[in-house]
Design a protein around this ligand. Structure first.
Ligand code: S3P
Length: 749
């Protein structure tokens, strides 16, 4: 295979002809990146073999001969042998020779270099490839061993920049992804991710081998034993050295592990199955998460969201009867109240989207045992209003504003401190709107600049009930205050300027908590308790909205959306589409678990532009991106006012929609609190173009459905976040009649 070399090192010396060093050298050779290679090993046979297979050009049993005149010396020997090697070669290396190593512990090698060459020696670059195999020696050398694997380099303040560049380039040349880390951080991370697992594997095999029933055990040792102990077949000398060289960090993680193992042991002893289930479910979630990383074979690669693009091609009409995923707002609340209830809550129809999963993970982090989700079923072992435990780290809530704002209220009532953070979009969203009322209740809340996340809520303070007049129509702020009210002395009440979704109030009642609603004011007292219940989450009207608009604008369409939640505080989209001339029938109205539900039939219709009534705005707050598409397809002008809240959603939705519509050739303009859109009318078609979604799920889905009335394909960029609310949008949309292609690639570094 001929590859074009971008790097050329005239002379390389490799000390220690094991798998790691040989694979690197072979990789460089095959790619034409080295001239001469000299090799040294304590074992003469290995040197001869390496010469015979053409891995090295020369060897000598005098190590000084091997390194003399080398441009790069690769030291690939067991960790505790490094110092001796350095002493042996110190006098022989040239003034410009660069040295590097491949050891699994960096602190000890840094100490060796300092001891032999002095404190400021800059031409030794500490490195560690995260790759390997149980196979060893010259014959196992694999020129592709490092392709797409991480190599960690641990530069020090005195490391020479040219030396660093050379070693980095030599790793990159063999396909590795090079990352920098501090020496101490490397040793801490590796103790946990590599050294402890090896130690456990060796120890377990030894324990079982010493047991008098060992024959029995090894005869029947199938998958579990084999998988868990594979690494105990690695080189004992190498691992003896690593355990000594990284002693402190290994003991630290071992102590932590022993503590947790004892905890699990006593739960099993006491037949505390909930606690056992807690450990197992938490571990499974974490392992499933890591599997995605492991599947890419780079063992310490951080998770990066893939970049997803939709190519939405012009399509015909929509048909069929189907159910969109579960309601996001209700899913969040089912986890929150189920966790704080006494007893076991069963949830069905749960939205397995990233937002509601972020809430689920937050409660797992606070010690709640939650089984599932599995096909929308979740079992929550409630801990009671006062049973949450401090999470080990900051709660990471991804893209989900609902999680952060509602949790802020709940956290204010705990006796521990919590920090909450989110992704880039959430980090820009206003949290002052929840921090302000919580402070009035006596909570200590800190936000970053201008009231943005991360947000810290300090526990222990006693909350007092307040009456709060909401400055904006926000169900999240209302819910935050009410949830804090569960922990506040006396009565807490909230008055809203316009009706907003009331799922919190309904669900509190469903859990047996006394909540009074009087006009626009909701009141509750602390001191009650939540009793576990079952929750059937209806399909999300906010997800259904994309198909309501899609079927309305695509000629000849006739679809039925099943089991959709039609809570009166959420049906703005139906009211607005009907006012625009939409053909929408609400069928089989029924109530499940305190929430009204229906099947909704939508047939295409020629829509007309309207001035959207302001009282409908809070009732359709998440549906405006889709409604903007409806307006663009209508006959005449649509005017939206009183919707300034749209500017602080996952993106500035007024700007994002107006910009996208203009790209597709529509006459649209944004105003401070809304927009004016000139409809294209019955024969109008969107042009093609590239849509910037600002990573907002609803902007992405809205422009995907616009393709039903497009003359050319619409390219919708950055659609990964559709998974926050509508995991299989593309599958469902294509089944219904859209033509969406999804291009997914790993995000750029
Ligand atoms: C939500 C309330 C609304 C909505 C959001 C979900 C909720 O936000 O936009 O998607 O579950 O309470 P605001 O309270 O900010 O209007």
């Amino acid at each position: 295979m001929s590859r074009k070399a971008t790097l050329f090192i005239p002379r390389v010396a490799v000390i220690g002809l094991g798998l790691i060093g040989c694979s690197w050298v072979k990789g460089l050779r095959v790619r034409g990146c080295v001239g001469q290679v000299a090799g040294f090993d304590r074992n003469l046979d290995s040197m001869q073999q390496a010469l015979d297979v053409g891995l090295i050009d020369e060897f000598s049993s005098d190590i000084t001969e091997v390194v003399r005149a080398a441009d790069l010396v690769i030291i690939s020997v067991p960790i505790l042998a490094v110092r001796q090697v350095l002493q042996d070669i110190a006098a022989a290396i040239g003034d410009a020779t660069v040295l590097t190593d491949v050891g699994s512990v960096k602190g000890s090698v840094a100490g060796d270099v300092e001891a032999v060459f002095g404190a400021g020696f800059g031409r030794f670059v500490l490195g560690h490839p995260i790759a390997g195999s149980e196979r060893s020696g010259v014959s196992a050398a694999d020129e592709n061993l490092y392709v797409r694997h991480k190599v960690i380099i641990t530069p020090q303040p005195h490391t020479d920049q040219a030396a660093l560049r050379l070693v980095r380039a030599a790793w990159q040349a063999v396909g590795a992804d090079v990352e920098d880390m501090a020496v101490s951080h490397h040793d801490e991370v590796l103790a946990a991710t590599s050294h402890l697992p090896h130690l456990l594997a060796y120890s377990l095999v030894d324990t079982l081998a010493n047991s008098h029933e060992n024959k029995e055990i090894f005869n029947y040792a199938a998958g579990g034993f084999r998988d868990f102990t594979r690494i105990a077949a690695s080189s004992p000398v190498m691992w003896r050295d690593i355990f000594s060289a990284n002693k402190e960090q290994i003991l630290k993680t071992l102590d932590l592990f022993q503590h947790d193992l004892n905890f699990l042991r006593s739960a099993i002893e006491q037949e505390d199955t909930t606690t056992v289930m807690g450990v197992l479910t938490r571990a499974k979630v974490a392992r499933d998460h890591f599997s995605k990383i492991l599947a890419r074979r780079a063992y310490v690669e951080p998770m990066k969201t893939a970049s997803v693009t939709y190519i939405a091609s012009p399509a015909g009409s929509l048909s069929g009867s189907f159910r969109v995923p579960g309601d996001k707002s209700i899913s969040h609340r089912s986890i929150m109240l189920g966790s704080l209830a006494e007893g076991t809550t069963e949830v069905s129809g749960f939205l397995e989207g990233e937002d509601s999963l972020a809430t689920l993970q937050a409660f797992r982090d606070m010690g709640v045992v939650i089984e599932g989700p599995h096909r929308g079923r979740v079992t929550i072992h409630g801990v009671g209003l006062h049973g949450l435990q401090p999470p080990p780290n900051a709660l990471y809530l991804g893209n989900s504003g609902t999680s952060m704002r509602l949790l802020a209220g709940l956290m204010a009532g705990q006796n521990f401190d919590v920090e909450m953070s989110g992704d880039e979009s959430l980090s820009k969203r206003p949290m002052g709107r929840v921090a302000d009322p919580l402070r009035l209740m006596g909570a200590v809340v800190e936000t970053a600049e201008a009231g943005r996340p991360p947000i810290k809520v300090f526990g222990a303070g006693k909350l007092k009930g307040i009456h709060y007049d909401l400055p904006m129509a926000s169900a999240q702020v209302k819910s935050c205050v009410l949830l804090a009210g569960l922990y506040a002395e006396g009565e807490t009440s909230v008055t809203e300027p316009a009706p907003t979704r009331d799922h919190t109030e309904r669900m509190l009642k469903g859990f047996g908590y006394d909540v009074k609603v009087d006009g626009s004011t909701v009141t509750l007292q602390s001191g009650g308790k939540l009793t576990a219940t079952s929750i059937d989450v209806p399909a999300d009207i906010s997800s259904a909205a994309f198909f309501m608009v899609a079927a309305s604008i695509a000629e000849g369409s006739d679809i039925t959306l099943e089991h959709v939640g039609i809570n009166p505080t959420r049906i703005g989209v139906i009211n607005i589409l009907r006012a625009m001339g939409g053909n929408i029938e609400v069928l089989n109205e029924r109530e499940v678990g305190g929430e009204p539900v229906a099947d909704i039939r939508i047939r295409s219709a020629q829509l007309k532009g309207i001035h959207i009534p302001e009282d409908q705005v809070p009732l359709a707050i998440d549906e405006f991106p889709a409604l903007f598409i409806a307006a663009a397809c209508a006959e005449g002008e649509t005017v939206l006012t009183g919707a300034e809240e749209l500017r602080v959603k996952e993106s500035d939705r007024i700007q994002a929609m107006v910009d996208g519509l203009i790209t597709l050739g529509v006459d649209a303009k944004g105003t401070e609190d809304g927009a004016v859109i000139q409809g294209m009318g019955a024969t109008g078609r969107f042009g093609g173009g590239e849509i910037v979604t600002h990573h907002d799920h609803r902007i992405a889905m809205s422009f995907a459905i616009a393709s039903l009335r497009a003359a050319e394909p619409i390219i919708v960029l950055d659609c990964a976040n559709v998974a926050t609310s509508f995991p299989d949008f593309v599958g469902l949309a294509n089944n219904a009649g859209l033509q969406l292609d999804m291009i997914s690639k790993p995000a750029a570094e």
